[in-house]
Write a protein that binds this ligand. Structure first.
Ligand SMILES: NC(=O)c1ccc[n+]([C@@H]2O[C@H](COP(=O)([O-])OP(=O)(O)OC[C@H]3O[C@@H](n4cnc5c(N)ncnc54)[C@H](OP(=O)(O)O)[C@@H]3O)[C@@H](O)[C@H]2O)c1
Length: 305
């Protein structure tokens, strides 16, 4: 083995590995979010179904082993594409889904969180993904538009814990929740991850992330690139220009530097964007650059979500 090969062999790929607490599940920190694979408005089939399949296959071929999805994307469509592209699933692939909403024919997003609805949603995920058990199911609480709202989630976590005991769910996570809701959930079940809205411009969860890092629970930001309104700021562009990379790559690399328990699930329907996003895991940021990026806040963004 040459020195160069040895260096490459020892360098962690895709941001290195993270093990969900109390589990045997280990994933690369750079994963993939599948929401963008459905049609416009996260509804119906994609404009280019072959491209959707190609994106998933290339992600997995590149080493991605953490895919975030939901049966309410499409609805059903995204999970069916995942199954078509990847089933039988390779050893070690961790598919994480979420329950707690449904999509009526008017294409809106409605809360669907009774124990019966959650159970039906888990069965929908199992059927459409072609699985006997799901590695991680997040209970997605409804709150403000894309932010949490206080209120008990005990009934929902209890329902998921029962599905876990029945062997349909291996581990439980939460989405769109507050620290108080996490504490309540932890009295009922072990929680392995939290998935909330967070990115360079939207940093409400800074203290929450640090607390979760101390207990080893994964924090998985949704909208890491700004979601429906991609991040834009002059500071971000200027850093990206200086480093010879794209703004989106800097935004993802910043998240990987932010805390060791952050796992990324950027969403894309494009092979070019997938390649760009995966390459961001290789991007080192100096302390000086991190400080500059930390100065970005929602008010300095030209467009934020
Ligand atoms: N728990 C929740 O409530 C919740 C809510 C929303 C999302 N999620 C999950 O989180 C994942 C990530 O969130 P997201 O997909 O909504 O938002 P995101 O990852 O912040 O951004 C996705 C958007 O950025 C574009 N994009 C991706 N890579 C790009 C690149 N390199 N350059 C320029 N544009 C790029 C995508 O368009 P292209 O397709 O053209 O690349 C898409 O419009 C989702 O896929 C989903 O799995 C969870």
């Amino acid at each position: 083995m040459t020195r160069h090969e040895a260096d490459n062999a020892s360098r962690p790929i895709l941001g290195g590995r993270f093990t969900f607490p109390g589990t045997q599940l280990a994933v690369q920190r750079m994963g993939y979010g599948a929401m963008q694979l459905a049609g416009p408005g996260v509804w119906g089939p994609p404009r280019d179904p072959d491209a959707a399949v190609a994106v998933l296959r290339e992600a997995v071929a590149a080493g991605v082993n953490h895919i975030d999805t939901s049966d309410f994307y499409g609805p059903h469509v995204t999970n069916q594409i995942i199954r078509q592209a990847l089933h039988p699933y390779p050893e070690g692939l961790v598919i994480v889904t979420k329950v707690g909403a449904r999509r009526p024919p008017d294409r809106s997003w409605k809360h669907a969180a009774s124990p019966e609805e959650l159970t039906a949603a888990v069965h929908d995920n199992l059927r459409n993904l072609g699985l006997d058990a799901i590695d991680i199911v997040n209970y997605r609480a409804m709150g403000a538009v894309h932010g949490p709202k206080e209120g008990s989630i005990a009934e929902q976590v209890t329902a998921l814990a029962e599905l876990q005991r029945a062997g349909l769910i291996r581990h439980i996570g939460l989405s769109n929740v507050t620290p108080t809701q996490l504490t309540e959930a932890q009295t009922i079940a072990e929680i392995v991850c939290v998935q909330n809205n967070y990115n360079l411009a939207h940093r409400d969860d800074d203290a929450f992330i640090d607390d979760l890092a101390r207990s080893g629970i994964a924090y998985v930001p949704f909208f890491p690139l700004g979601g429906f309104t991609p991040l834009q700021s002059s500071t971000l562009s200027s850093v990206a220009d200086r480093l010879g990379v794209t703004s989106m790559q800097v935004a993802l690399a910043w998240l990987l530097h932010r805390a060791p328990n952050i796992l990324l699930i950027p969403g894309t329907s494009s092979l070019a964007h997938l390649r760009e996003n995966l390459a961001a895991a290789e991007l080192g940021l100096s302390l000086q650059v991190l400080e500059e990026l930390n100065g970005i806040s929602a008010s300095t963004m030209t467009a934020t979500h």
